[in-house]
Design a protein around this ligand. Sequence first.
Ligand SMILES: Nc1nc2c(ncn2[C@@H]2O[C@H](COP(=O)(O)OP(=O)(O)O)[C@@H](O)[C@H]2O)c(=O)[nH]1
Ligand SMILES: [Mg+2]
Length: 279
Amino acid sequence: MTSGFQASSAGPACTSCAIYNSANLAKLGVETGDYDYVAAVAGNPNTGKSTVFNALTGLRQHVGNWPGKTVARAEGGFTYRGLGYKLVDLPGTYSLLSTSNDEEIARDFLLFGRPDVTIAVVDSTRLERNLNLVLQILQITDRVVVALNLMDESQRHGITIDVRHLGRELGVPVVPMAARKGEGLPELLEAVEQVATRQPATSVRRVKQRNAALERAVATLSDKLGQAFPGLPNTRWVALRLLEGDPSTEQAVRDGTLGDLGRGAAEAGSARPTGTAAR
Ligand SMILES: Nc1nc2c(ncn2[C@@H]2O[C@H](COP(=O)(O)OP(=O)(O)O)[C@@H](O)[C@H]2O)c(=O)[nH]1
Ligand SMILES: [Mg+2]
């Protein structure tokens, strides 16, 4: 294993070591208190999202409902080194581009709720398939930590992952984990804090738009969206979907619900009582 996972990662015993002890991490359960940051847990189904969520919040899934939808969501809180986090466990998704209910919920939250940190939980035994979603998330936000989970399974299968190289390629922290055993949680918390506080800033590697005509079309459309829906975040992303002919995005523009989406997701996720979070 070139990741140094064994060497650097905390084993179960380390859930009592300095970095992870109760002085640094307080699991708040459903009480989010006066949080400073909103963190979202996103990823394909069955990658260990809820395991990470429960480990950080101490919950066994507090399940509520997304506004107007029937799909379950979970919310909880924790504090780490004196900063409060509200944590949102998003529905499992393979893509942010199709139109299933779950995918829309996850996509709208990431686009318009604008969490301060997105923990993208990936299955290290199925990296290629999982990175598809990570790359889509990185199109929306650069404030991402990749939780490279199920490392015990990939090790068992003899899969070697160059974690540092992956982190350099993606431009965001990549934390190898075996969440069920608590391994990698201390490192995850550190990375979440770094990204939340932007210290240091991440620099995401994105595909460059090389086509000048496309670039112009995106810029024009993005401007028009900004005028039609003042305050709407991520208008470039929406413009790209429109240029692709995505029917649900077209519909949301036509019937005006795009504006509601922006407001709704922001209210559902990011209304910070303390208003202290850096944006
Ligand atoms: N071997 C192993 N199993 C894990 C790990 N993390 C989670 N699991 C298991 O994977 C399954 C799916 O986990 P869950 O948290 O429900 O995934 P979710 O669908 O992404 O929320 C459960 O049986 C977990 O116990 C891990 O690091 N290693
Ligand atoms: Mg789950």
